[in-house]
Design a protein around this ligand. Structure first.
Ligand SMILES: [Ca+2]
Length: 524
């Protein structure tokens, strides 16, 4: 959209300053200054633009190179943009970062927020504007400081479940239309964990909001996952010191060690833990083995935690946890004054029983689990993606095999439901899954976790190393994503690269060369 001096409303004084800047700094500075000045005016004026159900509280130009303190690690922004802050429908906080029209790639990028939300995803906002995107983020309807947000007398539950992100997509596009004179040509969403649930919820319930979506470690079945978390905490309470955190860490390490060779190469990773028959009983203490071993009751505890969960009357709840995942041995809070650490605790105590001091030891899966659905719909497991597919939408799922918070089995179960509905060939046209060996929740772990999913760009911003670029090429050019190269980076050094394969393929070692380099693997 061409901007003229007249349109930008430049005053005589500003024009003089502009000329001085030009004579001092030469053409390049002149252009940058002119652009920044135009943007500053357009941005400041934007605050007074009326939008239905939207209240803009601040609208401020951020110059290229300016350091922005976001109450997080300070962010250096190499791109000038207009930072719009406000609320949708009174409670839904949002930020919209709008690059100058010359820099805008005509797309929207939204970043999801995990856990109990309540804050903005500045990492994706920053990453997006660097790439020319207008970026949007919402706190999903409450602030982190609202510890008892589920007890607030508003639409917090509905906002958290789905409403905030849908309204953000609608209103962000409206505001972009007003700012740029045109709607974005394409819209993308990236989220992991709770943000992954938001990503899938958008695809399933609001299939026209986004064209390209990345859902990492999505809480596909957040109610069931929450029930498991409380059940586990009850188990840990009952067991007391039977299994300490040290014991759990050791079991995870042993499982990883014993399973490593199951994929044909000892490389510190297990490509597919389901193919490894890890036998916990092999760790049992004997007359000969009295140290680094488990008693029969400890072995029973380990088996119980990893097994699929059923409720008190035998109804299956989930698929269990793979061996190699590090179990967190948190008991129930004592006394019963749950803090906001776990969404699971908040959902049951405040969401269902409206009581922050609810006695969690009374938690009963068969009675309490279904009650969550009366508070809000946190299921993101609908396999019907017809409308998203028909609109040309593309979805990339990923999940770390050693995720300790969201079971990788939940994403695999969702993938299976998609395969049942569409078949692998048809599904391939619009949805892909990457399972990441050795990756913890969203990132971290012993595996290669840098590939441009949630968080930063990949080490190289191309369709081989950066998941967002791969998704862009899929949506914009129709180029299907292939294997991805993931890197593990420590202290600025690339420690290993690994090949991520589209499910159900896995990376097979070719038999020679370093097992720490992706070129020595093939997806089969
Ligand atoms: Ca291995």
């Amino acid at each position: 959209m061409p901007w003229t001096l007249l349109e930008s409303g430049m005053t005589a004084l500003r024009f003089c300053l502009w000329l001085i800047a030009y004579s001092l700094g030469g053409g390049v500075s002149f252009a940058a200054f002119a652009q920044d000045t135009r943007m500053q005016q357009a941005c400041e004026q934007f605050a007074s633009r009326p939008f239905a159900e939207v209240k803009i509280v601040a609208s401020q130009a951020v110059s290229s190179g300016q350091i922005v303190n976001l109450n997080q690690p300070i962010t250096y922004v190499g791109q000038s943009f207009c930072r719009v802050e406000g609320f949708i429908d009174a409670d839904i906080g949002f930020e919209l970062w709008l690059p100058a029209p010359e820099q805008w790639n005509q797309r929207l990028l939204t970043g999801g927020v995990g856990g109990q939300a309540g804050s903005f995803n500045y990492q994706i906002a920053h990453r997006g504007v660097q790439r020319g995107y207008a970026t949007a983020t919402t706190d999903s309807g409450h602030k982190v400081a609202d510890v008892h947000w589920l007890l607030m007398k508003g639409r917090q539950a509905e906002n958290y479940a789905e409403r905030a992100h849908h309204l953000l997509a609608v209103k962000a596009k409206e505001m972009m239309q007003a700012y740029y004179g045109t709607f974005p040509k394409h819209a993308f969403f990236i989220g992991c964990s709770g943000g992954g649930r938001q990503a899938l919820t958008e695809v399933q319930r609001y299939p026209l909001d986004y064209d390209g979506v990345i859902a990492g470690a999505p809480g596909v079945n957040t109610p069931e996952m929450s029930a498991r978390r409380l059940w586990e905490m009850k188990q840990h309470s009952e067991w007391g010191s039977l299994m300490t955190q040290k014991h759990w860490d050791w079991v995870a390490k042993e499982a990883r060690k014993q399973c490593d060779a199951s994929d044909g190469v000892i490389n510190g990773l297990t490509e597919n833990p389901r193919q490894c028959r890890f036998n916990v009983s092999s760790l049992v203490c004997t007359a000969q083995r009295t140290e680094a071993c488990l008693t029969p009751s400890q072995i029973a505890a380990v088996e119980k935690i990893h097994a699929p969960l059923t409720d008190e009357v035998g109804v299956p709840i989930d698929g269990g946890l793979p061996y190699g995942v590090r179990i967190t041995a948190d008991p129930l809070p004592e006394p019963f004054t749950p803090g906001p650490r776990y969404l699971a605790v908040v959902l049951f105590s405040e969401g269902i029983y409206r009581d922050p001091n609810w006695d969690i030891s009374k938690f009963n899966i068969s009675r309490d689990l279904k009650l969550i659905d009366q508070v809000m719909n946190l299921h993101a497991d609908d396999p019907n993606l017809d409308l998203f597919r028909d609109a040309g939408g593309k979805l990339i799922l990923y999940h770390g095999w050693t995720d300790q918070l969201v079971s990788p089995y939940s994403t695999l179960a969702y993938q299976e439901s998609l395969l049942v509905r569409y078949g692998s060939q048809a599904l391939d046209h619009f949805s892909r899954l990457y399972m990441v060996p050795g990756m913890d929740h969203c990132r971290g772990g012993e595996g290669a976790d840098q590939f441009g999913g949630m968080g930063n760009d990949g080490p190289v911003v191309d369709s081989n190393n950066d998941m967002l670029t791969a998704l862009e090429h899929w949506v914009l050019r129709g180029e299907s994503p292939r294997d991805l190269i993931a890197s593990r980076i420590a202290n600025g050094n690339v420690e290993r690269t690994h090949r991520l394969c589209t499910y159900p393929k896995t990376a097979k070692y070719i038999g020679f060369g370093s097992p720490l380099v992706h070129t020595n693997y093939r997806c089969e």
